[in-house]
Design a protein around this ligand. Structure first.
Ligand code: ATP
Ligand code: MG
Length: 414
């Protein structure tokens, strides 16, 4: 991608209406556009990061047997009335709308009810189970406070998987498998060392739920981490009883602020009973399907990455989710420099390596400041200085460390 073709411009100053660091940096660097409070569009750079996160999540969900679907954002109130969650007194962040004929419709804040209802047409006997169904789709929630940028949107993208199993044992096995897949996801996006499986309140069907919490001062949650064991417990269930259940000792725990990037709930038969999702078991008995739900917020994950991987100059993307692997800078307007940088850009393109090429007529200062703000991991500089060291020489700078060295371009891309 040539910078001169990118329609997004960077900004020097932080937008005044943003308080969250992730929103300030992502808006300044041209990754997202704020439509209104808690509502953001993804621009080309942000969209590339989003797609990378999405692909990692998709690979891991497919690997544990997930089948991808795309459910509707407009929802039938009937299924919600059956579960008792249509009322605004029960779900306080509903967006609802009225159809032309006067009938009401819900705007998706989650998908347990419609998916459970849909599965009635596809699950009849034990042979049809287990089923693991997921989507990566927009959710709409009328959140009271939307000041955390991408981390708490009124419209946001979630991966939500729902498991449909015969019994508690099958649910338990998948629950563990998915928890491991989640840890792989957070490792792959670069948040592994900061993200802990955290025991939190479970709701009606199990004592605990699993949250995946990324350590950050920007987090809304307080957790107690056992770094040795690699697990944590949320303040909301931090009791002597819970510690005993989880085999944790108070003296090994440190208190920390954290961002909930994902969570897993055992739903049991809460929705299958309400909506009549049953199956016939091997003995011919009719039983309710046992369910679980498994969420990850893609925007929240992206926001969390910016919160924890940034410095006073800008964002410092982890390799796996960076919008590009290389940020190629042509320094100076000399024809030789331009021609060589063009050639190197063509080499990147031919090799399939992803490069953003700053071919603009801008000063070195502007180009470096933008590279630091945008945060691509490796910056490749072509200048008179590098050319005088040799046709094949470039300067390689690491965004994370600032370390710089001369290298042969042939060692980076062929
Ligand atoms: P929270 O307690 O933070 O409101 P939640 O318990 O309501 O989250 P779920 O409904 O289970 O979360 O959603 C699953 C995941 O979706 C969360 O772990 C989080 O990553 C993400 N998520 C939830 N609400 C939002 C939001 N308003 N904006 C962005 N991501 C969200
Ligand atoms: Mg919520």
């Amino acid at each position: 991608m040539r910078f001169s073709h990118l329609f997004t411009a960077t900004r020097r100053d932080a937008p005044k209406d943003e308080v969250a660091k992730n929103a300030q940096l992502l808006v300044r660097a041209g990754f997202i556009h704020k439509e209104m409070a808690g509502v953001y569009s993804y621009l080309p750079l942000g969209f590339r990061v989003l797609k990378k996160i999405e692909n990692i999540i998709r690979e891991e969900m497919d690997a544990i047997g997930g089948q991808e679907v795309l459910l509707t954002a407009l929802q039938d109130p009937d299924v919600w009335k059956k579960s008792g969650r249509w009322s605004d007194d029960v779900v306080d962040n509903w967006f609802k709308t009225t159809l032309a004929n006067g009938a009401e419709a819900g705007i998706a804040n989650t998908h347990e009810e419609p998916l459970t209802a849909l599965m009635r047409e596809h699950v009849r006997s034990y042979r049809d189970l287990p089923r693991y169904v997921y989507q990566i789709q927009d959710k709409f929630r009328n959140e009271l406070r939307a000041k955390s940028g991408l981390m708490r949107g009124r419209e946001f993208i979630m991966k939500d998987l729902y498991s449909f199993t015969k019994d508690e044992n099958e649910l338990e096995r998948f629950h563990e498998k998915c928890a491991e897949a989640y840890l792989r996801i957070f490792r792959r996006v670069g948040l592994g060392e900061l993200t802990y499986r955290t025991f939190a309140s479970g709701g009606a069907f199990s004592k605990y739920s699993d949250e995946f919490q990324t350590l950050s001062e920007a987090g809304e949650d307080t957790i107690y981490v056992d770094k040795e064991k690699g697990i944590a417990v949320n303040k909301e269930v931090y009791t002597d009883e819970a510690l005993a259940d989880l085999g944790l000792k108070k003296e090994n725990l440190v208190e920390a602020k954290a961002i909930e990037v994902g969570n897993i709930f055992k739903l049991g038969t809460r929705f299958s009973e309400a909506l009549g999702l049953t199956y016939r078991d091997e003995d011919g008995a009719e039983k309710p399907v046992v369910m679980g739900s498994y969420g990850i917020g893609l925007g929240r994950l992206m926001g969390a990455a910016v919160e924890v991987f940034s410095d006073e100059k800008g964002i410092v993307w982890p390799e796996e989710i960076a919008p590009f692997a290389y940020h190629l800078i042509a320094l100076g307007a000399e024809r030789t420099v331009r021609a060589r940088a063009d050639e190197i850009y063509d080499m990147f393109a031919a090799s399939g390596a992803e490069a953003l090429y700053d071919d603009r007529e801008e000063s070195a200062g502007v180009k470096f400041a933008d590279a630091e703000l945008i945060g691509i991991p490796t910056v490749i500089i072509v200048s008179e200085k590098t050319l005088s060291a040799g046709e094949d020489r470039v300067e390689v700078r690491r965004r994370a460390t600032g370390a710089s060295r001369m290298a042969r371009i042939g060692d980076i891309v062929t």
